[in-house]
Design a protein around this ligand. Structure first.
Ligand SMILES: NC(=O)c1ccc[n+]([C@@H]2O[C@H](COP(=O)([O-])OP(=O)(O)OC[C@H]3O[C@@H](n4cnc5c(N)ncnc54)[C@H](O)[C@@H]3O)[C@@H](O)[C@H]2O)c1
Length: 270
């Protein structure tokens, strides 16, 4: 079902790698809601992924950009405004990667070059994207910027490793930049704290399959899927949420406020 919530709105979507990606589902949903956008990913992500197919399906152009490169981001913002014919209304930052996780380095055995790289990709890139948009005065008033995060920023999940610290930083950047973007440009900035979701990035976390089943049993409404996240993001890009800013919004079926569920108690009584 679509409501034309994003009719006439123009944006940039980071992070669609394949059909499982949260950004992929979001792009499809934004398209169905009448929005137009440029798709972007790191050159390596584009080689691995199938972004061309998504571009064709949604009538979008693709501009490669490594989200850690200020030069790439400047080019992306300039070209996007040319392609879309003006300023931007919405931006989705759906980027995450930990080199320590990829290389199997535990939290108590981090290689700090890996830590720095993962932080740059997963957290500082959000600041870089916003600073670039801000300096170029590229956002329309009442525009909306969203990044995706995970609850390990508030509570410890041992195998989430250094991504927990990256997400805490990301959420802080949303609040800090949200202040300036709100004051100066009337643009809102929020993070969505999403349930575990079976994507390439999600499945990189050790023990993901057991963890996603645990979260499902702990959440009164069950885990939020990638499609649920896409739907929620559309509301944040729409004009129905104009005064929501500088928030970390839990989108997890109730997991974050559940101490224990009956299903989990029952498992321990077996
Ligand atoms: N999957 C989950 O369980 C889950 C839960 C909560 C939050 N999130 C967050 O959602 C976001 C999207 O991840 P996903 O789960 O859809 O996985 P995904 O693997 O489909 O997407 C991650 C994307 O980051 C991109 N990326 C990596 N390095 C980049 C760089 N240098 N420049 C630009 N792009 C780069 C990848 O190419 C990929 O498209 C991430 O921020 C992730 O942490 C995921």
């Amino acid at each position: 079902m679509s409501f034309n919530l994003l009719k006439g709105k123009k944006g940039i979507i980071f992070g669609a790698l394949d059909a499982n990606s949260i950004a992929w589902k979001t792009a499809e949903t934004i398209h169905a809601e009448g929005g137009t956008f440029v798709l972007t990913n790191a050159p390596i992500g584009m080689r691995m992924g199938q972004i061309d197919e998504l571009a064709k399906k949604t009538g979008s152009k693709i501009i490669p950009a490594d989200a850690t490169s200020e030069e790439d981001l400047e080019n992306l913002v300039t070209k996007s405004m040319e392609i879309l014919g003006g300023k931007i209304d919405f931006v989705l930052h759906a980027i995450g990667m930990s080199v320590n996780v990829r290389k199997g380095r535990a939290y108590v055995d981090e290689k700090y070059d890996f830590t720095t790289k993962g932080w740059d990709v997963s957290a500082l890139s959000f600041h870089k994207v916003m600073q670039c948009l801000y300096k170029a005065d590229a956002m329309n008033e009442w525009g909306s910027i969203v990044a995706l995060t995970y609850m390990a920023a508030q509570r410890t999940f041992p195998d989430y490793n250094d991504m927990a610290d990256n997400k805490a930083y990301l959420e802080s950047v949303a609040r800090s930049f949200g202040y300036f973007f709100g004051k100066e440009k009337k643009v809102r900035v929020n993070t969505i704290s999403q349930s575990p979701t079976p994507t390439t990035a999600g499945q990189g976390v050790k023990g993901f399959d057991n963890f996603i089943s645990y979260a499902e049993k702990m959440s009164p409404l069950g885990n939020a899927t990638a499609q649920d996240c896409a739907d929620y993001t559309v509301t944040l890009f729409s004009d129905l949420t104009k005064k929501v800013t500088m928030q970390n919004l839990f989108h997890d079926g109730g997991f974050s406020n559940t101490g224990v569920s009956q299903e989990v108690i029952d498992r321990f009584s077996e």
